[in-house]
Design a protein around this ligand. Structure first.
Ligand SMILES: Nc1ncnc2c1ncn2[C@@H]1O[C@H](COP(=O)(O)OP(=O)(O)OP(=O)(O)O)[C@@H](O)[C@H]1O
Length: 265
């Protein structure tokens, strides 16, 4: 596969034969976190990455976002080879092309909601599109909370600020790490609905790591990792189909899925 293929316009991000190991073979402590993973992420789609704890979900996302270097293999975002970038290029890539949403919101506590939403654009000295800001603020329902600090907002509201911040910059791809992990079921549904709308109405591309089958059912595609490999690749699976996959995969996982469904019921 050559670089031209890697910059195919329908593909936002691509991993080719990605391997990530930790520790060393000599001491017998080597962990293979990613075991020859190849995957494409299409533009304008929401992909959920699921799998048991330790299966490599965060490692895959961190390698895709240039937060971690693969041991071997290549990563491309918008045809640019992330795995070959130096620190300065990686910083630029993350500023201009990648958005992040974390489980713990990661807002700046001393700034208002509005200032948090606009911060990435301010930092990269990019112009602020006020019409787009208004649209994003209305969609996430934060109009009357814009001057509130994070401590004056509920968890769900804080995560909506974080979503607005990611979407405001119109990045090529948003990587979301357990975005609903700290939210109750009502706030989760709001955040997920908003993320899905940003994909379907505005062509945003989202890659989301989640343990929650309900959250994954909002995605257009669900990838399942096990022991560092992609073992399932599902197109628009329903909630029940996702639950079935986990109940097929041993007692531990079916237990986790059942707990989750009970918690969200
Ligand atoms: N910095 C590190 N040093 C050593 N081993 C690591 C490191 N980071 C991850 N690992 C190991 O790599 C494997 C994959 O970890 P990873 O965090 O990607 O899994 P995960 O699927 O995201 O797990 P979880 O759902 O628990 O967050 C695990 O066995 C983990 O212990």
């Amino acid at each position: 596969m050559n670089d031209a293929q890697a910059s195919d316009n329908a593909i936002v991000a691509r991993a080719i034969d990605l391997v990530k190991t930790y520790g060393d073979v000599a001491s017998g402590s080597q962990v293979v976190a990613l075991d020859h993973v190849s995957v494409d992420f299409q533009r304008g789609r929401m992909t959920a990455i699921m799998g048991p704890s330790g299966s490599g979900k965060s490692t895959l996302m961190h390698c895709m976002a240039g937060l971690d270097k693969p041991t071997s293999g290549r990563v491309f975002v918008e045809g640019l080879e992330v795995s070959a970038m130096n620190q300065r290029e990686l910083t630029e890539l993350r500023r201009t092309r990648i958005g992040f949403i974390f489980q713990s919101f990661n807002l700046v506590p001393t700034l208002s909601a509005e200032e948090n939403i606009l911060l990435p654009l301010e930092i990269s000295k990019r112009p602020i599109d006020r019409e787009w800001f208004d649209e994003v603020v209305d969609v996430v329902g934060l109009r009357n909370r814009l001057d509130h600090r994070p401590s004056q907002l509920s968890g769900g509201q804080q995560q909506r600020v974080a979503c607005a911040r990611a979407i405001m910059a119109r990045p090529s791809v948003i990587f979301a790490d357990e975005p609903t992990g700290n939210l109750d079921s009502k706030s989760s549904a709001q955040v997920l609905g908003f993320l899905r709308d940003s994909v379907h109405d505005h062509g945003q591309t989202i890659v989301m790591v989640t343990h929650d089958p309900r959250a994954a059912s909002y995605a257009d595609r669900v990838l399942v990792l096990a022991d560092g490999s992609i073992v399932r690749d599902m197109d628009h699976p329903g909630y029940d189909e996702i639950l079935d996959v986990f109940s097929d995969e041993g007692e531990k996982d079916s237990g986790a899925a059942a707990d989750d469904s009970e918690a969200r019921a």
